[in-house]
Design a binder for this molecule. Structure first.
Ligand code: ADP
Length: 351
């Protein structure tokens, strides 16, 4: 019998999200393809503004108006959530997929006690009962996320808790209905370094103990390297590289991923830390070819007009670049070319 691996809990295909603004339409997500398997932690990494949050918000069907999903498919636990009506989507949120935001205070209701807010999350899905068992369930949830004196905390308001404790409450709410997938959008960025590690450990334990799949959005590759089974790198609204964490970090294929790694002290392979020369492209304009073209050390003339698809490399890895096969080390040249590229980038933007 053929053994089957874990099934996909999420499969996103050709997702596009746009935000109309006074200065034009921001194409925040420009054809994202992404899969997450049951029980997997996927790190979605990339610089600020590359469309990570928009991808997660689309997966919750929570893109704020006037932003909209203009095309694509989001198959969540077997159903395309883009085809559901609002009532059906509400049944999915919290129950199949839930989200943890960077700032817990923006998600918690300051006027309601912690206990009330967890009960609400359970009630939406008919999972709250007013019995002693129900109360025990709340206490257990808070214990599960490492909150001391849970009976007391249930009676407190969010502002009476520290940032770390508020984030634990958010995780408890996200976990309340035992979703199969949690979307964690920079869940530790607003917290102190020591608390950050505790929250990430907690998420890792939830993944291990409950088998909950997690998408961890982070701009920090070091965090992704520690906690994620797979990494997907985003640039200018597209996934540009994806694969098992150790393989992507030890042998990045896309020049952008290589650039990101060179910016990190832990991963740098040369004496000098660098930043990637040039700027991220303006997402209100049209980008005919590879969005990384103006900043790329390996670009060919054709890259400017031809946007590659995300192609499979060996069945495990994908990259949106034809030139990953070029193995020569370009790094020495990069330093010399940095200045030229910045100048060239300005010229490119002007056209
Ligand atoms: P990330 O999560 O990677 O930082 P976002 O998904 O938040 O990126 O943003 C992607 C792009 O969409 C950015 O250019 C951002 O400025 C733009 N954007 C995000 N939210 C809005 C909004 N509500 N209105 C207009 N533009 C937005």
């Amino acid at each position: 019998m053929v053994e089957r691996g874990p099934k996909e809990i999420l499969a996103i295909a050709d997702l596009r999200v746009e935000y109309p603004t006074e200065n034009g339409t921001v194409r925040a997500v420009r054809g994202v393809d992404l899969q997450v398997k049951e029980g997997e932690i996927l790190g979605l990494v990339g610089e600020s503004g590359c469309g990570k949050s928009a991808t997660l918000l689309a997966t919750m069907r929570l893109v704020p108006f006037p932003g909209k999903i203009t095309s694509g498919q989001i198959i969540l636990d077997g159903q395309n959530i883009l085809e559901l009506d609002e009532g059906e989507v509400r049944k999915v949120r919290g129950k199949t997929v839930s989200m943890i935001l960077q700032d817990p205070m923006s998600a918690l209701n300051p006027a309601h006690k912690i206990g009330t807010q967890i009960k609400e999350a359970l009630s939406v899905h008919g999972l709250w009962n007013r019995t002693e068992d129900g109360q025990r369930q709340l206490v257990k949830l808070l214990e599960r996320v490492g909150i001391p004196s849970p009976e007391t905390v249930l009676e407190l308001y969010p502002h009476q808790l520290s940032g770390g404790m508020q984030q634990r409450v958010m995780i408890a709410i996200a976990l309340a209905c035992r979703p199969k997938l949690i979307l964690a959008d920079e869940p530790t960025t607003a917290l102190d370094v020591t608390i950050q590690a505790q929250i990430l450990d907690l998420l890792a334990n939830i993944n291990k103990d409950n088998g909950t799949a997690i998408i961890l959005v982070t701009h920090n590759l070091a965090v992704a390297s520690q906690f994620c089974h797979r990494i997907a790198v985003m640039y200018a609204g597209q996934i540009i590289e994806e694969g098992p964490t150790d393989e992507v970090l030890s042998n990045p294929l896309h020049p952008y991923t290589q650039g990101l790694l060179n910016c990190l002290p832990r991963f740098q392979r040369r004496e000098r830390l660098t930043s990637i020369p040039g700027q991220v492209p303006d997402l209100t304009g049209s980008i005919p070819g590879c969005a990384f073209y103006p900043r790329c050390s390996r670009r060919a003339r054709t890259c400017r007009l031809k946007n590659q698809r995300l192609m499979s490399v060996d069945g495990r890895r994908k990259v949106r670049c034809e030139r990953w096969r070029i193995n020569e080390v370009f790094e020495e040249r990069v330093l010399e070319e940095e200045l030229d590229m910045v100048v060239d980038h300005d010229r490119y933007q002007d056209q």
